[in-house]
Design a protein around this ligand. Structure first.
Ligand code: HPA
Ligand code: ZN
Length: 328
């Protein structure tokens, strides 16, 4: 079996960011919205750098305006993930894009997303869980509304809370209220740090927000003491190498620090972030890591085991997914 065929666990996937461009174009056509400015002539998303990526992302969200849109989107995402061998996935959902932070609207969106996830599980055997994310550049007040939505719908399916968005805005600690609210509701915690922010942003995330996973976190490599701290604390990094290369953090996979972090004892997992934006898939991530570092099936099996241990699902789900990993 080649490494690309292995069953895979994905922990870091933005729901809207996983929307295929053709899917967004179709919705724009149905709703008579002109989104031509966000696509290249070849049909892919058109952006230059991270700030512009976030603008294009939010423009695409302009046509995702109803629970039914999200039901269709969820099916499209899970078909693609299952075709890539993903057996368990966690997706970042933002109440900001699902009803604007209003709890009643959020429940409607969530019901539609869960319906689609149930259908995909029956038909394709892929398991999905949701992590509610606030958007950093929308500010701490809006983050509180997201945290309240998360807390009110916490349970078997909404299992975590996190933060995405522009790391250049504010500090992690500004969002402590939202993270405390989510923690008190029993949610597990992750946040984007150490992607555009340096090692201090990772330290802040761990110490001030008390997260157990970090989205990216790769710039921790710039500080050996922090690398030790992450290894000692058993923090799992949700590493998205292809995303980091496209956004210009590293020149190529071979220069990416994922192997160095792993060799230093840091728990690493592998994800795609916003796959169509970054021209990647889970298969491609595995293929590129195999080529860059010579990682073999046993390396990916260990990475999937790490990812599954750090997944925010309940123990029964974890055991069921573990059996699927072991079968192949
Ligand atoms: N990084 C940070 N925030 C995001 C992203 C991302 O890749 N996608 C959507 N919000
Ligand atoms: Zn991300």
């Amino acid at each position: 079996m080649t490494v690309t065929e292995l069953p895979k666990i994905e922990l870091h996937l933005h729901h809207e960011g996983a929307a295929p461009p053709a899917f967004i174009r179709q919705l724009a056509h149905e709703k008579r919205v002109d989104l031509s400015g966000i696509f290249k002539p070849d049909g892919s998303y058109d952006f230059r750098g991270f700030a512009h990526f976030l603008e294009v992302y939010e423009a695409a969200c302009e046509v995702l305006k109803s629970p039914e849109d999200f039901r269709r989107l969820t099916l499209a995402i899970l078909e693609e993930s299952a075709a890539n061998g993903v057996v368990y996935s966690e997706t970042f959902l933002s109440p900001d894009f699902c009803g604007g932070g209003d709890l009643h609207a959020w429940r409607d969106y969530l019901n539609a997303i869960q319906d689609a996830a149930d259908e995909a599980e029956r038909k394709l055997g892929i398991t999905l869980r949701g992590v509610v994310t606030c958007v950093r550049h929308f500010g701490p007040e809006q983050a509180k509304a997201s945290a309240r939505c998360a807390a009110e719908t916490a349970g078997d399916w909404i299992t975590g809370f996190g933060m995405g968005g522009n790391e250049g805005v504010g500090r992690q600690g500004d969002f402590a209220w939202a993270f405390d609210c989510a923690r008190e509701a029993g949610l597990r915690l992750t946040t984007h740090a150490g992607e555009f922010g340096g090692p201090d942003s990772v330290r802040e995330a761990v110490r001030e927000l008390g997260v157990e996973r970090i989205g990216h976190g790769v710039r921790a490599i710039e500080d050996p003491d922090l690398v030790h701290e992450l290894a000692d604390r058993g923090v799992t990094l949700e590493v998205c190498p292809g995303s980091n290369v496209v956004l210009g953090l590293y020149d190529d996979f071979a220069s990416h620090p994922i192997a160095k972090l792993r060799d230093a004892g840091v728990k690493v997992s592998v994800s795609t972030d916003d796959p169509p934006f970054f021209h990647t898939t889970m298969r491609r991530e595995y293929e590129m890591l195999h080529k860059a570092f010579g990682w073999q099936a046993e390396d990916f099996a260990a990475i999937n085991e790490t990812a599954l241990s750090a997944a925010f699902c309940d123990e029964e789900t974890r055991a069921r997914v573990k059996k699927r990993l072991e079968k192949t």
